[in-house]
Structures are given as structure tokens and as C-alpha cells.
Design a protein around this ligand. Structure first.
Ligand code: LLP
Length: 429
């Protein structure tokens, strides 16, 4: 469910015409629907209510502090993966005791800061990291709470670049080694192992990996308790898929059906780190057609959003629905199937201005005829869109606007050329 719809043949986000937003804020432009993100957060809160979970919104998905603030106001904590994201979580009004911190390469400074603000726990990814956290906690007279991140060694379940629970990836501890590592920290003065963490990969369109992963976790928790650890948290990470193409994703309730019983069986509080599920379908990227051309027997639509704005299509071969904000007369609003042949449509590549052949938002896509100046919407761009954007090719980052009913407000201004060079100017000469 989302709040993007066509009315009188033009695209609206909630009560606001996307054409008006493009005129006011320019393009490329990220447009987010507050109702959509809150709806998805609520879906998770409701589906998992029985387990009284700690829901930590995964800030890497979309770190805008105004979105973060909405999450915090509606009861979410934060999953962070760097000192920068910890900073964003706090700037969003997050409180330390609802923050969890993952990542294979936490620096001493990051660990220190996290201890200082009293995060709920670290998701620890290696034996050396655990020793380092213990050493830093000792220096500061603290006791660090940690969850051990385990790689449960499951079959492939999503794109190879985002599958984090197959053998041979950098994440977590090998499942066979967890008990041995934990054995060295029983009654440790500066580290308390309080949980077990798994993030299986992203996006995941089936409950099977969660069933398999949580079964392994429950078994491990028993062993850790037997060693003498007080395990309080079962953190099953994020990964819930969304509708990118059609209605391919599962509702939160399907994942809850698997994870709530596992949490109860483990006697732990469930922790979740959803990102994409909350904001993915709450955002679109709006762009304006610059030119069209035919070359090498192919038709191209060149528009002003590029791989620096949304890198997912070229990085993961991912599919994003694209449709004109106001399609030519006679074309559906929107089509029932974006991958099918559409009568009278033009098959084209939708590309940006960046100097790489890999700069595209879509390939071989059927679109209504487009002309210079037309607006396009790239859907499901709220997750890993802006957060993975860059300044490549000297392109200022897009603006972001948040819609709430009929109200719209800028939540990140468009970058300027001066923004591009400021850190270079601000060095001593
Ligand atoms: N927790 C941990 C430890 C994670 O590494 C991630 C995502 C999440 C939670 C949130 O997962 P989500 O609920 O959003 O699926 N850039 C890729 C996705 C990379 C995911 C990285 N980790 C993409 O655009 O598809």
C-alpha cells in the first residue's frame, strides 16, 4: 500500500500534485509520503505486537533526520552502522537506549561515542572487535552490552551483493565459532553478552530464511545460556522485501508468524532492524526528460536523474517501476504490468547524464511517447536511493520533500555548486 496515485491523469503524492512539486523544487527530486512510511512502520508494530519488539529503523536505508524524527516520534529506535549514523540517530531525537550498532569495522572513536551515549548494544562481528570493545569499555570504566552477530550459513536468498548470511561473506561470526568465542567472556567485567544478532540479507521475499535462521538462533541461545550468559535479545535484523515490480512482497504478518514464536521460544525480547519495508515504497524520484534519441538501433530517453541519484539499477540490476507523471492520452494510469508490452508504447532505455554506459534507471522499458520537458516518476525509490547518492560527475545531490496530506515541506535542500567545493576551499592555504 502506498499513497502515490493518479488523479485526472496526473500523479499525486497524497494530496499534492507531483507536477507542482517539480515546479516548486526542481528536478531531480525525491518525494516522500509520510502516510506511507508511518503505515508500514505501524504494520510491523501491529504484526509483531505480541513479542513486544524493539523496532530499530535501519538508518542506512534513508538517513534524513526529518524521517528519523518521524520514526522516533512513532516509537522506533535506530539501527546504525557508523559514527555518522549514530550522529544522525541522535540528531533525529533518538535515545541511546533504543540504538543498536552493527558493522564489521567499528573504529575506536565510534565505539567510545556509542558507549558514551549508552546504546542498547553493539552487534559484534568478530572476535577482535569484541576484544577491542572490552578494552575500550575497561578504559572508560564501563560494561559494554553486546549481541553476537552470527552468520547462519543459509542458502542464497537475494542478490549476491546484499546476501549477508551465506558462507564466504564478511559479516558476523561463523556459526560454529560462536560458542567458543562467547566462552571467553563469561562473567567478564567489561563485556556482557546479552543477545544474538542475524541480518540475513535484503530484500527477502520469503519467510523460509527467517524460519531457518531463527531456529539456529534459538538453539545457539540455549548453548550461550548454558555457558552462563544472560541472553535477553534475539535480533533478527531487517530484510523484509517490498513491491518493486507487482505485488511480490509478503506482509509483515507473514514474517511475524515465524519470528514471534521463535522469540517466545527463546525467551528473549525480539529486536528488528527494518529499513526498506518502512521507507522503500514511501518515496519516488521525480525527473524531467531532457532529450530523446535513437542510436545503435535503440531508443533512449535522457532525463535529469542519474546513477549518482539512484544507483540501484546499475549496481544490483534492480527493477524500479517508471511512468510519466502525466502520461500521453490513451495510456493507462498506471499500467497493470510495467514489464509487459504496452500497446503503442515505445521500448527504450531510461538513462541519465552521467558519463558511464552503466548510467541507467531502466533498460528496454515500454513507456508512452515522451518529449523534452515531460516528468517521470521512478517508484519505490525511498530506500537506498538518496542514502547511496553521490556527487559523481560534479552533480549536486537532489532535494528531498516530505508530503503530509496536502502539506509539503523541503527536508533537504538541493545541493549547490558551492557545496561541491566547500570542503576543498575550507582547508588552510
Ligand atoms: N540490519 C543490518 C545489519 C543491515 O545490514 C541492513 C541492511 C538492515 C538491517 C536493513 O535491511 P532492510 O530492512 O532495509 O532490508 N543497498 C542495498 C541494500 C543493502 C542492505 C544493507 N543492509 C539495496 O539497495 O538493495
Amino acid at each position: 500500500m502506498d499513497h502515490f496515485h493518479y488523479r485526472d491523469r496526473a500523479l499525486y503524492c497524497e494530496g499534492v500534485a507531483v507536477e507542482d512539486l517539480a515546479t516548486e523544487y526542481g528536478t531531480p527530486l525525491y518525494v516522500y509520503s509520510q502516510a506511507t512510511m508511518l503505515h508500514h512502520l505501524r504494520q510491523i508494530q501491529t504484526a509483531f505486537a505480541d513479542a513486544q519488539p524493539l523496532i530499530c529503523y535501519s538508518l542506512k536505508t534513508n538517513g534524513n533526520i526529518h524521517i528519523g524524527r518521524l520514526m522516533a516520534e512513532h516509537g522506533a529506535g535506530f539501527d546504525v552502522t557508523s559514527g555518522g549514523e549514530l550522529y544522525r540517530a541522535l540528531a533525529s531525537g533518538g535515545s541511546g537506549d533504543k540504538i543498536v550498532f552493527a558493522g564489521v569495522g567499528k573504529t575506536d572513536d565510534e565505539i567510545r561515542k556509542a558507549l558514551e551515549v549508552g546504546i542498547r548494544f553493539f552487534n559484534v562481528e568478530s572476535e577482535e572487535e569484541l576484544a577491542n570493545i572490552a578494552a575500550i569499555a575497561r578504559q572508560h570504566g564501563r560494561k559494554a552490552q553486546v549481541a553476537l552477530r552470527v552468520n547462519p550459513d543459509l542458502p542464497p536468498k537475494t542478490h549476491v551483493k546484499t546476501d549477508t548470511s551465506v558462507k564466504g561473506v564478511k559479516f558476523g561470526l561463523d556459526i560454529e565459532t560462536v560458542v567458543e568465542v562467547a566462552g571467553q567472556y563469561v562473567n567478564h567485567p567489561h563485556v556482557e553478552i546479552v543477545g544474538l544478532h542475524m541480518h540475513l540479507g535484503s530484500p527477502i521475499l520469503s519467510t523460509d530464511p527467517y524460519r531457518q535462521g531463527s531456529a539456529k538462533a534459538v538453539d545457539l541461545i540455549k548453548k550461550l545460556r548454558h555457558q552462563g550468559h544472560t541472553i535477553t535479545y534475539l535480533n533478527m535484523g531487517g530484510g523484509f522485501g517490498i513491491h518493486y515490480r507487482k505485488q511480490e512482497a509478503l506482509p509483515a504478518a507473514a514474517f511475524a508468524e515465524v519470528l514471534v514464536p521463535a522469540a517466545k521460544q527463546s525467551g528473549c525480547q525480539l529486536v528488528l532492524e527494518p529499513g526498506r519495508f518502512i521507507v522503500g515504497n514511501a518515496g519516488i524520484l521525480v525527473s524531467r526528460v531532457l532529450y530523446t534519441k535513437s542510436t545503435g538501433g535503440k531508443r533512449y530517453v535522457i532525463q535529469d536523474a542519474a546513477m549518482n541519484d539512484l544507483i540501484r539499477p546499475t549496481l544490483y540490476e534492480s527493477f524500479h517501476r517508471i511512468w510519466p507523471v502525466r502520461p500521453a492520452p490513451g495510456f493507462p494510469t498506471p499500467p497493470s504490468d510495467y514489464e509487459a508490452d504496452i500497446p503503442n508504447a515505445v521500448r527504450c532505455d531510461v538513462v541519465g547524464p552521467v558519463c558511464e554506459s552503466g548510467d541507467f534507471l531502466a533498460r528496454d522499458r515500454c513507456l508512452p511517447p515522451l518529449r523534452r520537458g515531460d516528468l517521470l516518476a521512478t517508484f519505490s525509490a525511498g530506500a537506498y536511493g538518496m542514502s547511496m547518492s553521490s556527487n559523481y560527475n560534479g552533480r549536486p545531490r537532489a532535494a528531498e520533500v516530505l508530503i503530509d496530506g496536502r502539506r509539503h515541506r523541503l527536508i533537504r535542500r538541493r545541493e549547490t555548486y558551492e557545496d561541491l567545493v566547500r570542503p576543498e576551499r575550507e582547508v588552510p592555504t
